[in-house]
Write a protein that binds this ligand. Sequence first.
Ligand SMILES: [Zn+2]
Length: 325
Amino acid sequence: MRHRFIPILTAGFLAFGLSSPALAAEKVNAVASFSILADMVKNVGGDRVEVTELVGPDGDAHTFDPTPADAKKLAQADVFVVNGLGFEGWMERLETSSGFKGATVVASKGVTPRKMEEEHDHHAGAEDDHDEHDHGGDGEEHAEGHHDHGDTDPHAWQNLANGEVYVANIRDGLIAADPDGKAVYEANAAKYITALKAEDEAVKAALAALPETRRRIITSHDAFGYFAAAYGLEILAPEGVSTESEPSAKDVAKIIRQIRKDKIPAVFMENITNPQMLEQIAKESGAKIGGTLYSDALSAKDGPAPTYLDMFKHNVGALTAALSS
Ligand SMILES: [Zn+2]
């Protein structure tokens, strides 16, 4: 009796299996490494793309540690959108372990990378040693905490002109994965780039209106170098371009002396870092706390910076409120 049912069941599963891709309308499955890229992919992909993010709202991609569930998400993806510039130190290991078969889109491809000046002397000895085995075993690199982003600043998205480059790369990556959607991706990207250009003008105008001597702030990690260069702000950060190393007491004391000497008006928290150190710096230096800046992650949907564009609007609002005389 039983064996009679088997062929019927098999035929049923087969029929279902054959028809399911067509039924699913074949949305492109895109995984973005962090929330800011996920928002960009949603804007360009529209209805044709299903977007999943690995590092979500208020998350820190510098210190992210992928789980087996993240590997599973990537294994099923057609496209993996990453920042590049050494931001996702965990990326290659995840691509390998997940067996990812799709295409990786490096959103920052083509931007001019900002090089860090060699001013973080607090690890001088250790870093000299580390440089010796730059391309050594990955075990050692890991033990050092992905220090090999070296002197390239990964936070290129903090300049909206770079955001336009990101969007163009995402558009081209989606077209390569889904050529039938070319016209849709081109139209969505063009519309979005127009909005980015308008916001870029607005940010420039808002910051240009601030008194020049007040365009100086402190943040916890050095995430706003591209922003500062594009929009005319001076930013000091005790932590360097990654959140992975804690600043030393000496770094903090140096910042406090500098705030007093240069009369830096405000310190800003970041949504991804612990506010404690900055609260201490503000207290000891007499600078005021200017609010929270969104640096490496968006806020939750109901927060003040749920999209890339909202992030700029929020940050500029916080900066102008704290820095206009
Ligand atoms: Zn960062």
